[in-house]
Write a protein that binds this ligand. Structure first.
Ligand SMILES: Cc1ncc(COP(=O)(O)O)c(C=O)c1O
Length: 410
């Protein structure tokens, strides 16, 4: 572990205080040129006795702007203190969780998983255009039919077609055959450059794509590809619940990964994380961002530094071992639920490393789904699946009444 160590509350507080003190202080220095300030003290409680023991709230009221990407070159000097904490956070994610070589990555805290996925696809689209003079029509996105809707959103924004690989109905897996068939279809439509997005736990099922199934099929052809991992849901789960390193940077085929801290990490919304191998992000530098020190290689532009601090604080509070335990407790609860469903002969899907259980909708009366807040795969009249996500607040004691009512209904 390079960066990630469990810290005490007072260590965390003093690190955040130190970082904030290295940022610009609008009260103490006259700053005339930036369109930013601390939060409005007529509205927000800035009382030091309230903020002194609340480092995240202090960061919110100081309101640092983390515009740009801080793992490379220059950044806005006004917020250098807290940008350094963000850089450390990206280090934890890239090196300690995703096993990248030291400093061989770039990354930033994005608005969410959607932005991080679009950022990746934007990078590879531009790279194919620069390196191979590819036309938009020759580049496409390849992903499974269970992928998140950020892939068609990216296709729409970036003017790229999306090709979906069908998955098997019960195991939610892509197969060699389905990947090869989809590639052939794309090829006949003139696609030569493939941006593959592999799922590290899908939104609805928690299923995990086999990366090698994509790479094997693509290597049988003369097509060029880049591979991004969508771990928006699974990025803080799967690396702790499996020994399989296929989706980490130890796999040379993986170029970038999305993670979301505002899902399993319980960070505030606005904490997607994008990490890519060093240098790739240079493909999306906006040279026209001349007023930003160090230019800007992110999709978002201005963004709250408090968000990065929140994620850094959470991960430092747990440290790697407590985080591992937390994920395993959730998996224990998931096992409990799956055992109950098996006893009731109810069909469900669950990836062995995941804390999501998708139950065939035919077993679940809609009023029960409504009562317990189960989420359907579609909000039209006939969903095929309902999912249960074993989050921190979902204990066996909460699952028990659901299972009992289900047993009665059956
Ligand atoms: C697998 C996956 N990818 C991407 C996203 C998009 O994340 P966000 O809602 O943070 O933009 C989600 C959200 O549920 C997801 O589950």
């Amino acid at each position: 572990m390079q960066y990630w160590k469990k810290l005490t509350k007072s260590e965390i507080k003093s690190r955040v205080d130190y970082a904030l003190a290295k940022n610009i202080n609008y009260q103490e220095r006259t700053i005339l040129g930036i369109p930013a300030s601390h939060l409005d003290e007529n509205v927000f409680n800035m009382d030091p006795s309230f903020l002194n023991n609340a480092p995240f709230l202090k960061a919110m009221t100081d309101n640092p702007n983390h515009i740009g990407c801080h793992t490379m070159g220059e950044s806005e000097p006004f917020f250098a203190g807290t940008q350094k904490l963000e850089k450390e956070l990206i280090g934890i994610v890239a090196e300690d969780i995703l096993k990248c070589e030291p400093n061989q990555y770039d990354g930033y805290v994005a608005s969410g998983g959607t932005e991080a996925n679009i950022q990746a696809i934007w990078i590879y689209r531009n790279q194919f255009r620069k390196q191979f003079d590819a036309s938009y029509g020759e580049i496409c996105i390849l992903c499974s039919e269970d992928s998140h809707y950020s892939m068609p959103k990216a296709g729409n924004i970036l003017d790229l077609d999306v090709f979906y690989v069908p998955v098997t109905d019960d195991t939610r897996e892509i197969t060699g055959q389905s990947v090869e068939k989809t590639i052939q279809e794309a090829k006949t439509q003139g696609k030569r450059y493939f941006i593959v997005v592999a799922n590290m736990m899908t939104t609805m099922f928690g299923s995990v794509d086999c990366v090698e199934t994509y790479t094997k099929a693509l290597r049988k052809t003369d097509l060029k590809f880049r591979l991004h991992v969508d771990g928006a849901y699974g990025g803080f789960v799967y690396p702790f619940s499996t020994d399989n390193d296929e989706m980490t940077f130890l796999n040379p085929d993986i170029s970038s990964v999305t993670l979301d801290a505002h899902k399993m990490v319980q960070a505030p919304f606005g904490t997607g994380i994008f990490v890519a191998r060093k240098g790739l992000i240079d493909n999306v530098f906006t040279d026209e961002a001349q007023y930003v020190s160090g230019l800007d290689a992110t999709l978002i532009g201005s963004r709250s530094g408090a968000n990065a601090i929140a994620v850094w604080m959470i991960l430092q509070t747990y440290g790697p071992h407590d985080w591992f335990e937390k994920i395993h407790i959730l998996n224990y609860r998931t096992n409990w639920l799956c055992n109950q469903l098996e006893d009731l002969n109810i069909e469900f899907y669950r990836h062995p490393s995941s804390n999501i259980v998708a139950i065939r909708a035919k077993h679940i009366p809609p009023e029960l789904a409504h009562k317990y807040g189960l989420v359907p795969d579609t909000h039209n009249e006939s969903p095929s699946w309902y999912k249960i996500v074993l989050m921190e607040h979902v204990h066996v004691d909460h699952l028990l009444p659901f299972v009992e009512e289900l047993r009665e209904k059956l």
